[in-house]
Design a protein around this ligand. Structure first.
Ligand SMILES: O=P(O)(O)OC[C@@]1(O)O[C@H](CO)[C@@H](O)[C@@H]1O
Ligand SMILES: [Mn+2]
Length: 385
């Protein structure tokens, strides 16, 4: 209710404001801008109707983002204009400090990576996994488009927040990768990231992906993004390329090196970008094999699929009100293309795989614990090899 009543009107207003701000860039296209603006205004008025509050939440939200996209599509030639672009860019620019710190950390780590013992490698992997987890605190649909505060020193945060991890299957994620690395028969290991938010979160995902290659825990990475602007801050191909360009052209040495290395990864196909319309439809993932068989078949080639963020978790579980103690495997409802894990801070009232009483105990002192992104999970499903 809060999401549809308060956040969505804010988000549409932000989209309209962005069109307003860019008026002057669209010389000779004022008619088209006016049209998109008025379609968004209609949508804003329609949001007051009861229908929006009676439809399933996930469906209504996805529909709203599609209607925003439609307003632009009907206003050709400004169809390609991303009404959330400025918000996404700003959230990246606001996190320069932690980005530089993390960048230096990664470079130092890579310099000595060959010399690390298996235990030490695991420790570093866990650290970067947790940084990527807490990076998911920063989504803009939850904050109605307001840039969320970043943590100043990502590495210090890891220790501070460890007690807020409610399900921790980092061991299983590690096992999948290290067992493949040790087995000489595995010449290649493919890891897929089903991306969530651009900006700082995306940066933490790329750092993790770089580490996986550098530590020979993976040989190829596939990043899956969104083909249209989605849930305000979700990553599109343009967002990903923009981020890499920002790094490459940064004045800080370590950032520009990082940008060049990552660009190179894409050029030599160690890193690959994919999108598919399925990610911007309201379907739960158990419907993927039916609705998007090609995508499902592609994911079956993966050795580990990492689903980032809250929305992906909702879709993995069909956004149902599961009992907290239901096993993750069961709630996936037949969706098992390959070993997979969810890395997500809890922002929506859906969670499985908890210990009996675990969620109920937190709710006593923190009634809104499922809406804030304060708690996180690493939840794994699949055979370990
Ligand atoms: O997937 P993300 O970026 O972690 O979170 C997306 C999200 O904040 O947006 C919606 C808020 O209305 C909820 O679905 C969800 O909590
Ligand atoms: Mn998101």
């Amino acid at each position: 209710y809060i999401s549809m009543k308060e956040r969505t009107p804010e988000i549409i207003k932000k989209a309209m404001a962005s069109l307003d701000e860019h008026q002057s860039n669209f010389t000779k296209l004022h008619g088209q801008v006016k049209k998109a603006y008025s379609l968004l205004n209609d949508l804003l008025q329609q949001l007051k109707s009861d229908d929006w509050f009676q439809a399933p939440w996930l469906y209504a939200e996805c529909y709203m983002y599609r209607r925003i996209h439609e307003a632009l599509m009907l206003s050709s030639p400004i169809s390609d204009f991303d009404v959330f672009k400025d918000l996404k860019c700003q959230s990246f620019l606001d996190s320069q400090e932690p980005i530089i710190i993390l960048c230096n950390y990664l470079q130092e780590l890579k310099r000595k990576i060959e010399t690390l013992s298996e235990n030490k490698l695991q420790e570093e992997f866990f650290k970067l996994l947790q940084i990527s987890l807490w990076g998911n605190k920063c989504d803009l649909s939850l904050s109605g488009g307001r840039s969320s505060a970043q943590f100043a020193t990502p590495m210090a945060v890891v220790a501070e927040l460890e007690s807020f991890i409610l399900v921790n299957h980092m061991d299983s994620i590690w096992s999948v990768l290290i067992m493949r690395k040790k087995n000489q028969e595995n010449i290649s290991t493919r890891v897929d990231f089903i991306l969530d938010n651009s900006g700082f979160e995306l940066y933490t995902d790329l750092v993790l992906a770089d580490f996986l290659l550098s530590a020979n825990l993976a040989s190829e990475i596939y990043f899956h993004g969104k083909s249209i602007p989605w849930f305000v801050s979700d990553t599109s191909e343009k967002d990903l390329m923009w981020l890499i360009y920002q790094l490459k052209t940064a004045h800080t040495n370590c950032m520009s090196r990082c940008g060049s290395i990552w660009e190179e990864f894409f050029l030599n196909h160690k890193w690959n970008y994919r999108d598919n319309m399925f990610w911007t439809l309201p379907h739960e993932y158990s419907a993927m094999s039916q609705v998007a068989p090609d995508l499902y078949a592609d994911l079956q080639k993966s050795n580990l699929i990492i689903f980032k963020g809250d929305l992906n978790y909702r879709k993995l579980l069909g956004d149902r009100k599961w009992t907290f103690t239901v096993p993750f495997h069961e709630a996936l409802n037949g969706f098992h293309p390959a070993p997979l894990c969810s890395i997500r801070t809890i922002k929506a009232e859906i969670q499985v795989g908890l210990e009996p009483g675990q969620g109920e105990r937190i709710a006593i002192s923190e009634p809104t614990w499922m809406n804030t992104g304060k708690y996180g999970i690493f939840q794994f499903d699949g055979p370990l090899s």
